[in-house]
Design a protein around this ligand. Structure first.
Ligand SMILES: Nc1nc2c(c(=O)[nH]1)N[C@H]1C(S)=C(S)[C@@H](COP(=O)(O)OP(=O)(O)OC[C@H]3O[C@@H](n4cnc5c(=O)[nH]c(N)nc54)[C@H](O)[C@@H]3O)O[C@H]1N2
Ligand SMILES: Nc1nc2c(c(=O)[nH]1)N[C@H]1C(S)=C(S)[C@@H](COP(=O)(O)OP(=O)(O)OC[C@H]3O[C@@H](n4cnc5c(=O)[nH]c(N)nc54)[C@H](O)[C@@H]3O)O[C@H]1N2
Ligand code: SF4
Ligand SMILES: [Mo]
Length: 696
């Protein structure tokens, strides 16, 4: 009998990328804990991942390859062997590729954030095959674009500094649910006398615990930022020295923000002008006193028409008040670009025979694209989908279309999964993948600055194989003989970061596997003396790149596609805005099938303001139908002023098949894209709500 502690990493799509210690006895993982020595994890995991062994050893884990024996979507499968499974897939892909390899499309996202089990062997395989590329826009590209135009790259305030800030704006994020280890730091700051302000249409778990909460209408953040800049300029709450040395376009910005009086902004945001005045003064005056002011902006505000511009505008604030002078000041959206990942070595784009001629499919419009015929514009019809690390039938917008597309009889679908998800139900061939405890991986993060190593803690369960191994075996069957297809997972991990980049000079895979984590070599205050990675080297209030790309080069406001103000005709029938941010105990659609976590979330709910509920004779716990022209789903009403008037909130993302009506919030979301980054607009929609059943 031997007990071992294995160093691992949480693979989930969460900014915290925790360092894990897995206790293994006789080949069985007994428990998963947070590494107490890792500075950001600090020994603490969220509830979900504390239950990791429950997920890993779940009775429903897929353990064998299977082929579909029922109708698409029905979920009826029969066990087959790996040889039959891989031969079938290779034969179908060969036939389709002989006509046009671009009819084959991958669909993957961040089920695992691992650099190895994410896009390495899979990408090599798809590149060699000549498959369509996938534009991975489903989450963060809108804000990423807005941030990059202004700051230059997704580099910002270090998570490990926030406890020293004196004011933190938590803007469009709910860290208690989705960024727990940031919340720990924010609370420490609060204990040290800092003020926390939540900017969120919903009184989230986080907003509830902040000293101030600004409940603006969804999709109006860009206007709020313009209003704040107006007051900062008008009342001279500026750092003139920082502006003169490290920013570009201040004179034009000054002129622009004059148009954005607090009164005008208040009207757009559905808040009081006084709130804008006060927040601007709090932010500007705290900075003027020489104290660090920080912004943690997140994803909530990006999932609307003007999501890119909103982030762009917010990014101008720290430079105006000189917040970047302090390590604990500035803004964090994502730490992604701090990592010198070697994506060329991992993914080998050089294997593509015609990179210029290869089309790209946007994952946010997969519903429409699966239903498209061949055309000169679009290219070939999609004949095959290879899905891994994602659950599109549950998570992609306008689900009715997505499900219709997946149901096409002439579509060949392969799904690599841990569980029989809503998407897996549509697979022709369903392949069992290993979990993080069963495979090796290297990780970067998007909320902290550590390179991380995941060791395999246990042997693969059943006949499960790592994604890498599945693509390796497929490559062999396709006759791909480039030596890179024989690389082991450790060999791939060893090239994950560019060692010749000063930030990763300490990267050594064997050493990282031993230690588990290594911080990047980065300055504590990245832009204290300017050095922004923009074309001008400055924080760009005026962006020539934006002008070239067809945008307003100065901060502006882009209204939602659907809102009472921007689409009054639609609002006659569908008067309520709806958002569907993450539920605390789920991770996107992962963990919804873990019983203990689902018990905590209960069933799909809809939070609705008492006034909106009363107008519809809806009482607490009544079953309601939420609908618009795209579709409908049912949920149990929670009558609560956590949702501001005019807004309903359905915490997500439920597995459709685990909801009473087999549907979820994406029935009503649209496939329209954000202003920048071609991202989805999950929180930009209007609905109507009606009672369908009284409380039990
Ligand atoms: N527990 C848990 N953690 C997660 C996830 C999960 O599903 N569950 N998902 C992970 C992933 S993939 C991501 S991208 C992140 C997402 O997590 P966050 O970055 O926190 O973003 P969201 O959950 O989209 O929204 C956060 C808050 O934004 C608010 N919001 C919605 N619309 C607007 C708006 O227009 N303006 C403003 N100011 N606020 C708005 C919502 O009400 C919500 O309270 O979390 C990650 N972490
Ligand atoms: N309505 C609404 N829709 C949303 C959002 C929202 O807020 N509201 N949020 C959006 C956002 S921010 C995001 S990021 C997306 C997330 O959407 P997805 O990236 O699809 O995330 P998950 O739903 O968690 O699905 C990931 C799947 O990958 C599988 N997986 C995990 N690890 C592995 C592995 O090693 N190998 C294989 N083969 N599979 C693995 C898991 O079992 C899981 O089923 O959803 C988006 N959809
Ligand atoms: S989901 Fe986030 S908070 Fe939870 S263990 Fe993983 S990285 Fe940490
Ligand atoms: Mo996301």
């Amino acid at each position: 009998m031997s007990t071992e502690i294995i160093r691992a990493v949480c693979p989930h799509d969460c900014p915290d990328t925790c360092a894990l210690l897995v206790t293994v006895k006789d080949g069985v993982a007994l428990e998963v804990k947070g590494d107490p020595e890792h500075p950001t994890t600090a020994g603490v995991l969220c509830t979900k991942v504390s239950r990791y062994t429950e997920r890993t050893y779940h009775k429903d884990r897929l353990l064998y390859p299977m082929k579909r024996v029922g109708n698409k979507g029905e979920g009826k499968f029969a066990r087959i062997g790996w040889d039959e499974a891989l031969d079938t897939v290779a034969a179908r892909l060969k036939t389709i590729a002989a006509r046009d390899p671009q009819a084959i499309v991958p669909y993957s996202y961040a089920g695992t954030m691992g650099l190895v089990q994410g896009e390495s062997m899979s990408a090599r395989f798809l590149h060699k095959l000549g498959a369509s590329l996938l534009d991975r826009t489903i989450c963060a590209t809108a804000g990423g674009a807005g941030y990059t135009y202004t700051i230059g790259a997704r580099i910002g305030t270090d998570l490990e500094q926030f406890q020293n800030a004196k004011l933190i704006l938590i803007w469009g994020g709910n860290p208690i649910a989705s960024n727990l280890h940031f919340w720990t730091r924010a609370q420490e700051a609060k204990r040290n006398g800092a003020t926390l302000v939540a900017i969120d249409p919903y009184r989230s778990l986080t907003a509830e615990k902040c000293q101030q909460h600004i409940a603006l209408l969804p999709g109006t953040d860009a206007a709020l930022a313009l209003g704040l800049m107006h007051v900062l300029v008008r009342d001279d709450l500026l750092d003139h020295d920082y502006i003169a040395n490290y920013t570009f376009g201040f004179e034009q910005l000054k002129e622009r923000v004059q148009q954005w009086s607090p009164q005008r902004v208040a009207q757009i945001c559905g808040i009081a002008a006084q709130q804008i005045e006060q927040l601007a003064h709090l932010y500007g005056a705290t900075a003027k006193r020489g104290e660090p002011v920080a912004i943690r902006t997140n994803y909530g505000l990006q999932r609307v028409h003007g999501g890119g511009m909103a982030v762009r505008n917010i990014c101008c604030l720290p430079a105006l008040v000189g917040a970047w002078r302090h390590a604990a000041g500035g803004i964090q959206l994502s730490s992604s670009d701090s990592f010198p990942r070697d994506s060329k070595a991992l993914q080998r784009p050089d294997l593509m025979s015609a990179p210029q001629a290869t089309r790209t499919i946007n994952m946010s419009t997969i519903g429409d694209d699966l239903l498209r015929e061949a055309s000169p514009d679009f290219g070939p019809r999609i004949d095959a989908l290879i899905v891994y690390n994602s659950n599109p039938v549950a998570i992609a917008p306008q689900s009715v279309k997505v499900a219709q597309g997946f149901a096409r009889e002439d579509l060949f679908t392969v799904v690599l999964e841990h569980f029989q998800t809503d998407t897996a139900d549509y697979a022709d061939i369903l392949l069992p993948a290993t979990t993080q405890l069963e495979h090796v991986d290297a990780h970067s993060a998007y909320g902290h600055l550590y390179m991380m190593a995941n060791n395999a803690a246990i042997a693969p369960l059943g006949e499960a194989k790592p994604n890498t191994e599945i693509f390796r075996l497929l490559a062999a069957r396709m006759g791909f003989d480039d030596p890179c297809f024989a690389d082991s997972d450790d060999a791939i991990a060893a090239v994950a970061f560019k060692r010749d980049d000063v930030r990763a000079i300490h990267f050594d895979w064997d050493a990282l596997k031993q230690k588990g984590w290594q911080k990047l070599n980065m300055p504590a205050a990245p832009f204290a003396q300017g050095g922004f990675p923009t074309p001008s080297g400055k924080c760009e209030f005026f962006s020539a790149r934006m002008q070239t790309d067809g945008y307003d080069p100065l901060p502006t406001y882009i209204a939602p596609y659907e809102s009472a103000a921007s689409s009054p005709e639609l609002a006659v029938n569908y008067p309520l805005a709806m958002i569907s941010p993450p539920a605390r105990n789920f991770l996107n659609s992962s963990f919804v099938n873990v019983q203990s976590l689902r018990n905590t979330e209960g069933e799909p709910h809809l939070d609705i303001h008492p006034a909106d509920a009363a107008a519809r004779q809806i009482g607490a716990d009544d079953m309601v139908r939420i609908f618009n022209e795209r579709g409908s789903f049912v949920a149990k009403a929670r009558v609560t002023d956590k949702a501001r008037p005019g807004l309903v909130v359905g915490l997500s993302i439920w597995w459709k098949k685990l909801a009473s009506d087999g549907k979820n919030a994406n029935e009503v979301t649209s496939q329209r894209l954000t202003d920048m980054g071609r991202g989805p607009t999950f929180y930009d929609l209007l609905v109507q709500v009606e009672k369908v059943g009284a409380a039990a």
